[in-house]
Each structure stands twice: as C-alpha cells, then as structure tokens.
Design a binder for this molecule. Sequence first.
Ligand SMILES: Nc1ncnc2c1ncn2[C@@H]1O[C@H](COP(=O)(O)OP(=O)(O)OP(=O)(O)O)[C@@H](O)[C@H]1O
Ligand SMILES: [Mg+2]
Length: 270
Amino acid sequence: MPQRRSKRVAAGNNKGGVGKSGWVANVAAALAEEGCRVLVVDVDPQANVSRRMGRPYRKEKPLVTTAEVIKSGEVGAAADAIVPCGWDGIYAQRIDIIPSRFDLENRISEAAVIGSRGRLARALQGVDDDYDFTLFDCQPSLGHLTQLALAAARWGVALVEPEYDGVDGAVRFRDFIASEINRTEMGNPDLAFAAAIPSMVDGRLAGHAHHLKTLPGIFGEDRVWEPIPRRSIVKDAADEALPLADLGSRSNEMRDVYKIAAQRMIKEFA
Ligand SMILES: Nc1ncnc2c1ncn2[C@@H]1O[C@H](COP(=O)(O)OP(=O)(O)OP(=O)(O)O)[C@@H](O)[C@H]1O
Ligand SMILES: [Mg+2]
C-alpha cells in the first residue's frame, strides 16, 4: 500500500463487553493479511488486547506501556514502547503494539493537569508515520483515557452490540465526538465519527434483528458497516491469545468477516 501517514482509528463505545477489543485484534490481523502495517495502541487498563495479541504484562519482564508513554507526553515518546505483536509470521512483521497494563488507571488522576489530554497525541507525533493504520482500543468510558485516544485519532468507530444499552452507549460515543466543544477541548477539530459496526450479532435473537434495523436511522445508512457475528471461535482465539488463522479451517467464516471489515477500512480511510 502506497500511503504513508497512518490512518488513526479509535474503537469505542460507552458500554462494556460489546466487542471493541475483539474487533481491534481481528481487524488488525485482517489488515496485516491485506499487506498493511498496523500499530495497535492499547488505551485500556484492562489490557485485554495486549494479552490477546501476545503481549501480556509480566512483572519479571516488564514492557514499556501506554501508561509510561502518557506519563511522559513528550513528542515522540511512544517510540520507546513499540514492540512487535506476540503472534507469529506476517503478524509479527506487520503488526506492532503499544501494550497496556493496569497502571494506566493512574493516568486518570492527571486529567486536571493542563495539557494532559494531548499527551498521547504528542507522544505519537512522528512515530506512526510508517504505518498504514493506528488502531486505539478504548475502555468502555468517555473519560480521560478515551479522550487521550480521541485527541490522537482522526476517526472514531463504535462497535455496536445490537441491544438497547449497546446502541445507547454507541450513540453517546458518537455524540461525544460530534460535539464541537469536545473536539476543541481535545485539540482535535478534525476528529470525525466514521462508523457504527454491529458486533456480537446473534442471528437467533429477535431483539438483535430489531435493533439492527434501527441502526441506519440512528447513524445514517452509509455509516453502518457490515455486521460482525457472534461466534465462539472469536472467544477461543482471544482466550488462547492467537490469531484466528492459527485455529485452522473452522476460523474461515470469521476470517472472511474481518477481511471484509479490513477492506472497508482501506476503502473508507483512503
Ligand atoms: N464476534 C464475537 N463473537 C463471540 N465472542 C466475541 C466476539 N467479539 C468479542 N467476543 C468475546 O466477547 C467478550 C467481550 O468482547 P471484548 O472484550 O472484545 O469486548 P470489549 O467491548 O472490548 O469489552 P470492554 O468494554 O471490557 O473493553 C470477550 O470474551 C471476547 O473474546
Ligand atoms: Mg476491550
């Protein structure tokens, strides 16, 4: 892919457990399979995506994490924290990660410090230019840590579990980004909400079918992307901290789903 400056995309929802981290990990893999170089930035103290992509925090062998990057906030500081993801093969070559750990919680108390919201954006300045995509995995909150990611991102995408609270949380995420006051406060006027991505969709549930139908009216026809179904293989890959491809042919259906998502990313963010 010829483009140089990384397309920065933050995955969020003001509701937990809707598939944000699952999407980041699997779409990063699919983007790598499309030939892209991807930087994953874990901005959640739960550090789920770090562990699932093979970079858990180990006391005996500590990594530099998002917590230290944000604490520093110096221009370019993020470079010190970048490691290849822990998966093998092309994934190790094409996907890097800035891992997280529980200590990231401690950055929240710095929210009142002047300029603190721009620390991650500053730390990434000049650091991710060689990637095609930078994906931020946000925690299920619109608080300081998510604002650090949104101050650095160009686009926000919401993972939307098609249930009342999942849709509601995605609307709050969308509206937070849509607010000019918020974007100005975050020093990021160009930030835009790009997509509502139905996630963990269970075809057997009438409630899911109902909420799926409401999404175009809420977010706009063009902003609702292809749905990500709920399949146990996604959980299995996450539990084993492996890419879907390592689970053999039974992962083909979901690999195709994430391939479509990756191709949509490449098209939309060209
Ligand atoms: N498409 C899917 N099908 C089945 N299980 C999934 C899918 N996507 C994610 N999961 C699993 O569902 C659970 C919640 O997903 P995930 O951790 O990705 O959500 P999250 O929105 O990042 O949660 P949090 O708000 O806590 O960060 C996890 O066990 C994950 O492995
Ligand atoms: Mg998560």
